[in-house]
Design a protein around this ligand. Structure first.
Ligand code: ADP
Length: 260
């Protein structure tokens, strides 16, 4: 993939949806889905916006677990899927349409048609913002979403260490080539504060995302600390912005929501 020829993005808008913001990362496991759901809930609760989440990570959907939504969605008379809703956010994921433990063994074109169904085939109603949780990397899904949906922009999530930052740069370069505006970079797991003495430890390094943003002339949108409670909250299906409204993680996501 060495140029934008053939990859121009003139995606179509979704009926009733004002903005579509993709949450992307180069590497997996950096907290992209965590950011997508917490940011979505922050946008709904703190900014009083009408928000949806589209889980575009069809090979590893996390949204059903993180938002505690399960079951089979209903279909409207005009054959649109009715999204589930929790914490004030409408959600759609392939996880609602296939059995929980069965892997998807799909080639690119099947993924593309699934993404079409999960986006345009859904009765989203009126939304101020649809947050799209992308899979990691720079593959089929990223290109399909960029081409088919008119993205307002993409937010890049990274952790501070070089192996994540190098892939984050790849993501930035790819989205630039397909002409999707980069809204900025956010650093997750930036610092761990000892719950006993408050001493900060920069487990994965210090300031890497800010440096990368500066070098690439992108906005640095802030950092989210590493906190044990995030994992429990995700696994239990209650985003931390709901279960711990006063935590520094929640503050980070509320600040991010207000910057968008
Ligand atoms: P990705 O979508 O990038 O693969 P996830 O959002 O699934 O990453 O997060 C990977 C794991 O890291 C999950 O177990 C999640 O709970 C945990 N995690 C994410 N962000 C944080 C954080 N700030 N502090 C602690 N754990 C986190």
């Amino acid at each position: 993939f060495s140029g934008s020829a053939g990859f121009s993005t003139k995606g179509l808008q979704l009926d009733g949806v004002k903005n579509i913001v993709a949450i992307a990362s180069g590497k997996g496991g950096v907290g992209k889905s965590t950011t997508a759901v917490n940011l979505a809930v922050a946008l709904a609760k703190k900014c009083q916006l009408k928000v949806g989440v589209l889980d575009a990570d069809v090979y590893g959907p996390s949204v059903p677990t993180m938002m505690n939504l399960h079951g089979e969605p209903e279909v409207t008379e005009d054959r649109k899927i009715v999204p589930f809703q929790n914490y004030g956010v409408k959600c759609m994921s392939i996880g609602f349409l296939v059995p929980k433990d069965s892997p998807l063994v799909w080639r690119g074109p099947m993924v593309a048609s699934a993404l079409e169904k999960l986006s345009r085939g859904v009765d989203w109603g009126n939304l101020d913002i649809l947050v799209v949780d992308m899979p990691p990397g720079t593959g089929d899904t990223q290109i399909t979403i960029s081409q088919r949906l008119q993205l307002t922009g993409v937010l890049i999530v990274t952790t501070p260490q070089d192996v994540a930052l190098i892939d984050a740069r790849r993501g930035v370069t790819m989205f630039s080539k397909v002409e999707v505006p980069i809204l900025g970079i956010i650093e997750n797991m930036s610092c761990f504060k000892c719950p006993n003495c408050g001493h900060p430890s920069y487990i994965f390094g210090n300031g890497g995302a800010r440096r990368t943003a500066d070098e690439m002339c992108l906005d640095y949108l802030g950092e989210i600390p590493l906190e044990i409670d995030v994992v429990k909250a995700s696994d239990e299906g209650v985003p931390l912005v709901v279960s711990a409204p006063d935590s520094s993680v929640t503050k980070g996501y509320n600040d991010l929501a207000q910057k968008l």
